[in-house]
Design a protein around this ligand. Structure first.
Ligand SMILES: [Zn+2]
Length: 82
């Protein structure tokens, strides 16, 4: 089960402490308001977890597929604002 478990550190946290990535059709988006449906994965809003996710492409494992590098770029940008 992917829900609410950080793909990087594997801890379960409160939803508002986490960033949700949603898969909608074949696109991956940051679900900042947790309102999008689809399959989702969570990452802590934490520099270390975001960096690890980008570096090791952990979303590929979470979604069991090759995730577009665009979403990793977005995570990188998000991490700058953390
Ligand atoms: Zn984490």
């Amino acid at each position: 089960m992917l829900d609410r478990k950080c793909v990087a550190c594997r801890q379960i946290k409160k939803q508002k402490e986490m960033l949700r990535i949603a898969k909608l059709n074949d696109e991956f988006v940051l679900d900042l308001k947790y309102k999008l449906g689809g399959r989702g994965a969570y990452i802590c809003k934490d520099k270390n977890c975001l960096q690890l996710t980008v570096k090791k492409h952990l979303l590929n494992r979470a979604f069991k597929m090759n995730v577009s590098s665009l979403i990793y770029d977005k995570l990188g940008e998000y991490e700058q604002d953390c």
